[in-house]
Design a binder for this molecule. Structure first.
Ligand code: GDP
Length: 298
């Protein structure tokens, strides 16, 4: 069993529990369709996507549908929701360096994702540099340094409590001087003080804009799938706060809440670039909508 399918096992099991018995009737009547919609909502797929899937099933007017058949339809309909937002991260093009701001609440998997993303880019022969813009936590700076060593990428950092915009300034300067293709910037994730966080991100953006008018090229929001509905709230907050350009959802290994990916795709339509299926360096996967839809449907 590959790690992706294995990672979604619990999600598929929960969906399976929720749809059990819904297909025993000969035809899918309105009440069965309602039950299917509820089962999808109970599987973290969200009201918008669940309604859309219900309507799509209704439109097909099945005379008969066994559980296997229902899972197949669910996989197809989820793929239809996921496919339009699946976009591989693309750092091609000039001017260099391509700058990626990585945002998200503490604990969502930001630092780990930066390490994995750096490794993925390095495998494609891109030069990568990391910038420790989360200056509020000494542990975050240290953790980024460790990832830098692990993937053999230089890390720009300052001292705890330092100025994030200054780190980013140094990062762009050094990346430019040394011909680095991609600068990945870690940022603070304390939502407790939104005004401060917003000011800080705005300052980082101003500094970047002065150095390189296209930067930041990407603003990636990292979300922890295990938080379910909370992950959706974070999209809502950060979208307004930071101008998110794309999502990476982490910790999809071993959670029963993987359906939240479908909910996010339908509700926000933001590009999903990759998913995290483990803590290891190779556990960031490009987002494959068909594989993920099938894994969720079981
Ligand atoms: P940050 O505070 O947002 O920078 O989060 P970290 O990168 O420190 O991650 C928090 C915890 O989640 C760490 O223990 C990571 O190893 C773990 N983690 C991150 N991504 C994944 C993932 O895709 N799967 C699993 N199982 N754990 C992850």
């Amino acid at each position: 069993l590959d790690k992706l399918t294995g990672g979604f096992r619990k999600t598929a099991d929960r969906l399976g529990d929720n749809i059990t018995g819904l297909t025993s009737k000969a035809a899918l009547d309105t009440s069965t369709l309602d039950d299917i919609e509820e089962a999808l909502i109970a599987s973290d797929i969200g009201p918008e996507a669940s309604k859309r899937i219900r309507d799509a099933i209704a439109a097909r007017r099945f005379e008969q549908l066994d559980e296997r058949g229902l899972r197949t339809i669910l996989a197809e309909e989820m793929e239809a929701i996921l496919a339009p937002v699946a976009k591989p991260l693309d750092i091609w093009g000039f001017p260099r360096p391509h700058v990626i701001l990585v945002i998200g609440v503490n604990g969502s998997g930001k630092t780990t994702t930066i390490g994995k993303l750096g490794a993925w880019l390095k495998e494609q022969d891109y030069g990568v540099m990391l910038a420790a813009g989360d200056t509020f936590r000494a542990a975050a700076i240290e953790q980024l340094r460790i990832w830098g060593e692990r993937i053999d990428a230089p890390v720009i950092s300052g001292k705890e409590g330092g100025d994030a915009a200054g780190i980013v300034f140094d990062g762009v300067k050094q990346a430019t001087a040394t011909g680095i293709d991609c600068l990945i910037v870690d940022t603070a994730g304390r939502l407790q003080n939104k005004t401060h966080l917003m000011d800080e991100l705005a300052k980082v953006r101003r500094v970047l804009g002065r150095l390189n008018t296209e930067a930041p090229h990407d603003v990636l929001l990292v979300l922890d799938a295990t938080t379910g509905q909370n992950a959706l709230n974070q999209i809502e907050v950060f979208r307004n706060l930071a101008g998110v350009t794309g999502l990476i959802m982490t910790k999809l290994d071993g959670t029963a809440r993987g359906g939240v990916l479908v909910a996010a795709a339908e509700k926000y339509k933001l590009p999903i670039h990759a998913i995290g299926v483990g803590e290891g360096v190779n556990d960031l996967r490009p987002f494959d909508p068909r594989a993920v839809a099938r894994a969720i449907a079981g």
